[in-house]
Design a protein around this ligand. Structure first.
Ligand SMILES: [Zn+2]
Length: 148
């Protein structure tokens, strides 16, 4: 799938992202968000935000979609892009926690598309979280820290 095909495929997932936002559990923020992750083989996984009375336990739509895909057996090298819907004027970028999770599973140049009722924005993973934290299993934490 080339870049143009990928962007076209992501644009077609906007309706799915908007639809899944209706499933959000967002009684505190009243801000139901939907996200769809697209895999390289064309499969898609949907997610919505799931809030909690203990706010810190809230899970965003983007992470819900990614974790749902992982639970279904998807591997890191299968992810292609993300589409996010926010019910707002402005299209919102993913939060910091979601950026780190996206960086774990997507290529640095993978497209992240966000849209709202009147706005649309797009980035690559490396734009949202340059120099993302990564950990090499078996590597020395001290050595990693010294590398800076
Ligand atoms: Zn988030």
């Amino acid at each position: 799938m080339n870049t143009r095909e990928l962007h076209a495929q992501l644009a077609q997932l906007k309706t799915a992202a908007q639809m899944v936002s209706k499933n959000a559990h967002a009684p505190y923020s009243q801000f139901p968000v939907g996200a769809v992750v697209l895999l390289k083989d064309g499969r898609q996984f949907n997610g919505c935000n799931v809030e909690n009375a203990s706010y810190g336990l809230t899970n965003c739509a983007e992470r819900t979609a990614i974790f749902t895909a992982i639970a279904a057996g998807v591997k890191a090298d299968e992810f292609a892009g993300v589409v996010i819907y926010t019910p707002s004027q402005k299209a919102y970028a993913p939060c910091g926690a979601c950026r780190q999770v996206i960086a774990e599973f997507f290529a640095k140049d993978a497209p992240i598309m966000s849209f709202s009722d009147s706005d649309e924005r797009q980035w690559q993973v490396q734009d949202l979280l340059p120099d993302a934290f990564s950990f090499q299993p078996g590597g020395s934490l001290r050595a990693k820290l010294q590398e800076g």
